[in-house]
Write a protein that binds this ligand. Structure first.
Ligand code: ZN
Ligand code: ZN
Length: 415
């Protein structure tokens, strides 16, 4: 049903976009695709396209959240505290093979809301530790990776609650394709080239300023000074992987982002969109920072889940990313709340709790973690983006000599 009404032409364009602009698979390179069993038709199409573009082999990792839920509801917590060696060995093999990773997402927001939170936390911690090497492989861009979305019925029902299943799914397809810049008569790959060039122009302008800090204020009560890491570098749009391939980590993407200094964030920030964390929706929350650390937090919905996120590890109370997006942006203007960070983060300024990206430091992808930390890098098994942009957001950039530059007025870029 999910793939019933969508036309083959746009489906194929999205698959080609994911394989070429997204991971830009190199001739002879293996590809790892992750997809839910409900997204199988699109995942198989991506595999075929990957071979057309020269992939050596496609490893397909299927998952099924309903099956995971059965395990969470029935198995003892001890089953979630350790990741078996054979699974770690599988990912070590992928790194040794220098794979490109294509992640297809269709998660149903809130699907795990009635699952025992301590089991989920145990699982997240065990997975975070066991798969550190694989996570670092992607976060430091050693290999290309991308995330692309397709609808699921549960997700579509949440976004379009007053529609029948099929109508909701069809609307979801239109929303995803439009946000991903795929239309019936465009050349998405060419459109993405132009889009990447525009993002790069803004990165260059922000790098030129070399701000010491950014000061965010709005009516909701956000008053936050985010110090930037030393030798930080603005990124957004395409990136270059360690193997020289130019790739796009997110489809869609609208953001310019950089690295905050892990010990230099002070003030209060209020969220402006719900956050789907491990299948639980955390809503209307505020965080108070002192010297880079979250010292108090409060959410109107699922406050325990927010606390659990912050307590995952030491780095989860610090931020690893600050991203700027004009309120007047395609996804915001669609008026659709996706309840999915891949989309909602591209409609709003956001911060990420947890790990920073080494590429946001000049020369960072070849530095050791110890060296990165001397610049203000934050390390964590989490990287969870949350949205705090608003129509009345003002942002001032503070230069090292104290001069202030207005970056955002009433929600939008003014540089
Ligand atoms: Zn971001
Ligand atoms: Zn992020």
């Amino acid at each position: 049903m999910v793939f019933k009404n969508i036309d083959d032409l746009r489906l194929r364009k999205l698959a080609e976009l994911a394989v070429s602009t997204g991971i830009n698979v190199k001739k002879g390179q293996p590809v790892v695709i992750t997809a839910s069993v409900d997204a199988a038709p699109f995942a198989r199409l991506c595999a075929e396209v990957a071979y057309e573009y020269g992939a050596k082999f496609v490893y397909m990792l299927w998952h099924d959240d309903l099956m995971s839920k059965i395990n969470f509801q029935n198995a003892d917590i001890s089953q979630f505290e350790v990741i078996p060696d054979y699974r770690v060995a599988q990912y070590d093999h992928f790194i040794d093979e220098k794979v490109a990773r294509l992640n297809i997402v269709d998660d149903v927001p809130g699907i795990f809301s009635d699952v025992d939170a301590s089991k989920m936390a145990a699982n997240a911690k065990a997975a975070g530790q066991a798969f550190k090497r694989y996570r670092d492989y992607s976060m430091a861009n050693h290999g290309q990776w991308t995330i692309v979305a397709v609808p699921s019925v549960g997700w579509a029902n949440l976004v379009f609650p007053n529609e029948d299943d099929q109508v909701a799914v069809d609307k979801m397809w239109e929303a995803i394709l439009s946000a991903s810049r795929v239309t019936k008569d465009n050349d998405p790959i060419a459109d993405w080239k132009a889009h990447n060039a525009a993002l790069e122009t803004r990165n260059n302008a922000l790098n030129e300023y070399n701000f010491k800090a950014l000061h965010f204020t709005n009516e909701l009560g956000t008053d936050l000074v985010v110090g930037l890491a030393d030798s930080h570098r603005w990124a957004g749009g395409s990136e270059i992987a360690g193997n020289g391939q130019v790739f796009n980590p997110n489809i869609p993407t609208e953001e310019n982002f950089t690295m905050p200094h892990r010990e230099n964030v002070n003030g209060v920030v209020y969220s402006t969109k719900p956050l789907d964390y491990q299948g639980v929706l955390i809503e209307d929350f505020k965080l108070e920072f002192k010297d880079g650390k979250v010292i108090s937090s409060l959410a109107k919905q699922n406050d325990e889940k927010l606390t659990q996120l912050l307590d995952t590890d030491e780095g989860s109370r610090h931020i690893g990313e600050v991203a700027l997006i004009s309120h007047d942006s395609p996804i915001q203007n669609s008026g659709i709340l996706f309840y999915n960070t891949l989309f909602d983060e591209n409609a709003s300024c956001h911060l990420a709790l947890g790990a920073a990206y080494p590429m946001n430091i000049i020369g960072g992808t070849t530095m050791s973690e110890e060296e990165l930390k001397t610049y203000g890098f934050n390390s964590s098994m989490n990287h969870v983006d949350f949205m705090f942009g608003s129509a009345d957001m003002n942002i001032k950039g503070i230069k090292h000599d104290g001069e202030e530059v207005s970056l955002f007025e009433n929600g939008n870029f003014v540089i």
